[in-house]
Design a protein around this ligand. Structure first.
Ligand code: HAM
Length: 422
């Protein structure tokens, strides 16, 4: 039997995991500045968190992994983070204690999509949700946070594209206008779009197959149908962004690919050659009905999510190095099995003093062990041969200066601590 990874998934190998650890640390560092707490929800939810049983629009019409468990319960692997967070917000009545709940999350999601560059069937998102308050200043804050985070990563050529779908009345009017606009062309559109015209016509604008069709190109935009309140709301969002000097772009056709949005929507794009659709690093928007649809009070929220893989791709394309704290302080090289026992004790003592260290457990030549030490970027080598052992010493070599000194075995940690403090 050959064991392969599932199509559309990937492994994070040991020499790459530091990138994830470092990116996650950066997220936590920035989010603590904004006083936003982490939230962790399950990777699987009852299917009705994402889908409706009967008519009406799904909360999340994504190609989900749906399955029935051994007790016949309909479950879904989460395709995104928002719906699960809102389910938990409602179930735990977080609205009762906090007027505005701001949370972030990092974790895997699953979508049965056609895998391509920057698009996987299991991918990770870092997302933020601010639930409970409807205020254009909050919409602006969430966009600013997304922008600030990207800026702090050091990414260049980043664009924030902003649009509004307006309130429910404006959104309904816009949907009607789209149905009227697309009906004469429906036979020319793909099968999914034939369905979308009844379920959620906004998603026709987001179709990857029909995006060049003239009816899609000439479709009305939400801004054409906004009522006065929605215009005023959006103007305030923009004013808040401008007051902070956020360089955003208006994107009149941006509707986003999820069903739950109203009012503000936005996307963050990197301008990186060869990225194609993976140029979109993240996006989000306001949702006004999700909380009540999941059984909670009539409260709105706003949030966004970035694809972690895309952030890492963008960092690499921009040649931005993530810190690799996994480098070794010290690597122990011994020359036979008997000496490895001494090596084990040396390692134990080093680690007790929080000196990051390791040694080779195979019987490799000195050259082979040295190569391994350099691969780990070890700052010091501890060399223990029979001659040294007889004298009760080791050789400690600074890999930068190449200076080697003889140190008594019992003085190793003290010697290294002193060296490392300098
Ligand atoms: P989304 O636009 O579906 O929004 O996904 C956000 C980001 O996740 C995308 O911009 C992309 O970077 C990444 N992503 C999505 N699908 C894939 C995939 N198959 N492979 C790799 N990366 C992917 C949401 O998920 C919303 N929940 C965002 C949100 C939060 N809206 C309000 N609150």
């Amino acid at each position: 039997m050959s064991a392969n990874k599932v199509k559309g998934t990937y492994d994070v190998l040991p020499n790459e995991s530091y990138k994830w650890i470092s990116l996650e640390a950066k997220i936590r560092e920035v989010l603590s500045l904004y006083n936003i707490k982490e939230m962790r929800t399950p990777m699987m939810e009852y299917s009705n968190v994402f889908h409706r049983d009967s008519e009406g629009s799904d909360m999340v019409t994504k190609e989900t992994y749906d399955f029935v468990d051994r007790s016949n319960r309909a479950l879904t692997l989460r395709p995104e983070g928002t719906a699960g967070v809102i389910r938990s917000y409602v179930e735990n009545k977080l609205y009762a204690t906090q007027e505005l709940e701001k949370v972030y999350y990092i974790g895997p999601n699953f979508r049965y999509e056609r895998p391509q560059k920057g698009r996987y069937r299991q991918f990770s998102q870092f997302g933020v949700e601010a639930i409970g308050t409807v205020d254009p200043a909050l919409d602006a804050e969430i966009i600013i946070l997304a922008y600030d985070f990207i800026k702090r990563l050091g990414l260049k050529g980043v664009k924030v594209r902003v649009n509004t779908l307006g309130d429910q009345e404006s959104r309904d009017k816009y949907q009607e206008a789209l149905v009227k606009h697309f009906t004469p062309h429906i036979d020319e559109l793909c099968d999914d779009c034939k369905n979308r015209i009844h379920k959620n016509p906004l998603r026709i604008l987001d179709c990857k197959i029909d995006d060049k069709h003239k009816s899609v190109i000439n479709a009305p935009t939400p801004i054409d149908l906004l009522n006065e309140e929605s215009i005023a709301y959006f103007n305030e969002v923009k004013e808040n962004l401008e007051s902070c000097g956020i360089n955003y772009e208006l994107a009149p056709k941006l509707v986003r690919g999820l069903d739950y949005y109203s009012h503000t929507v936005f996307e963050i794009e990197a301008d990186i050659k060869g990225f194609g659709a993976a140029n979109v690093l993240g996006g989000g928007g306001r949702y006004q009905k999700l909380v009540s649809e999941l059984g909670g009070p009539d409260l709105g929220g706003i949030g966004f999510a970035f694809g972690m893989e895309r952030l890492l791709m963008a960092l690499e394309a921009n040649e931005i190095e993530l810190s690799n704290d996994l480098d070794l302080d010290c690597y122990v090289i011994t020359f036979n099995k008997a000496l490895k026992k001494i090596g084990t004790k040396i390692l134990y003592d080093l680690r007790n003093e929080n000196i990051v260290s390791d040694m080779n457990y195979t019987d490799k030549s000195f050259k082979g062990q040295l190569k391994q030490a350099l691969r780990y970027h070890a700052s010091y080598l501890i060399i223990l041969g029979d001659d040294e052992y007889k004298k009760g010493v080791v050789g400690i070599k600074d890999t930068k200066t190449e200076i080697q000194e003889e140190v008594k075995i019992e003085n190793i940690t003290a010697y290294l601590k002193e060296k490392m403090e300098k």
